[in-house]
Design a protein around this ligand. Structure first.
Ligand code: DGL
Length: 269
């Protein structure tokens, strides 16, 4: 296997990273990809830094058993909390979601006020503030933890006309709208499924999907390092629990077939 045909390892706390995977497959269908979803331990976003870091280290220990050419942290929470630990674990380039979304938001804002919605752990980490102000220290980031959104999306409550999701989004988004943000980062893997509903509640505000921004940054990064595959397209999925549930949910998160088998493993082994 030559260098460019090696795998891109992609991991998330569970199924949410499939929104990143979808964006990667749309952009880079020729790449060989191994996805790991830590479905035994989802959600990460409500847990402590120490616990999230331990889970992430186990995730990467599993993925590095494959011949990798790059690793994608396809989870905002994992990227926010454990990026430095991941980079220290393996010699290949590490891509994430936070930095690409932050750079995109910094590039498009006109009034310098950027909203970020994410899990408790991501907001608590301050990772988005750090990444945005690294681009331009003048920019202001208003973050809002939205802990009800992941369970609502995972329970299928993301459709237009659902009064529960409408009420919850209204409560989370109103303060950001009233604060005058002109750009809103969807800083969680699950939120692209809510993008249309969020856009309706945030007229005139530019919405940035961290999943899409991550895939664009991966494509640019691979090309810049001469690592883009010319052919391939092999995909395999591994989960730490409930492979059948993962397959069922995958259709919702990917909008189609996984294009590869799902295997149950124990990453700690
Ligand atoms: N994947 C997580 C994120 O993007 C959301 C789900 C979780 O809390 O584990 O932050």
């Amino acid at each position: 296997m030559n260098e460019s045909e090696r795998y891109i390892g992609v991991f998330d706390s569970g199924i949410g990273g499939l929104t990143v995977m979808k964006s990667i497959l749309d952009k880079l269908p020729q790449e060989n990809i191994i996805y790991f979803g830590d479905t035994a331990h989802v959600p990460y976003g409500t847990r402590s830094r120490a616990q999230i870091t331990d889970y992430v280290i186990a995730d990467v220990n599993f993925l590095r058993t494959f011949a990798l050419k790059a690793l994608v942290i396809a989870c905002n929470t994992a990227d926010s909390i454990a990026r430095t630990a991941v980079e220290a674990m393996l010699p290949v380039p590490v891509f994430g979601v936070v930095e690409p979304a932050s750079r995109r938001a910094a590039a498009v804002t006109r009034n310098g006020k950027i909203g970020v919605i994410a899990t408790n752990a991501t907001v608590g980490s301050g990772a988005y503030e750090a990444a945005v102000t690294a681009v331009n220290p003048e920019l202001q980031v208003l973050s809002k933890a939205c802990p009800l959104l992941v369970p609502l999306v995972e329970n299928g409550r993301f459709h237009r006309g659902d009064p529960v999701i409408a009420t919850v989004l209204q409560e989370y988004l109103t303060p950001l709208r009233e604060a005058g943000i002109d750009t809103l980062v969807l800083g969680c893997t699950h939120y692209p499924l809510l993008q249309d509903l969020i856009a309706e509640l945030m007229p005139g505000i530019t919405i940035i999907s961290s999943s899409e921004a991550a895939a664009d940054a991966l494509a640019d990064g691979l090309a810049a390092q001469g690592l883009s595959a010319a052919q391939g397209g092999r995909r395999a999925y591994y989960v730490s629990d409930n492979a059948a549930g993962f397959e069922a949910a995958a259709r919702t998160f990917m909008g189609g077939d996984l294009g590869g088998a799902v295997t149950l493993i124990k990453p700690e082994d």
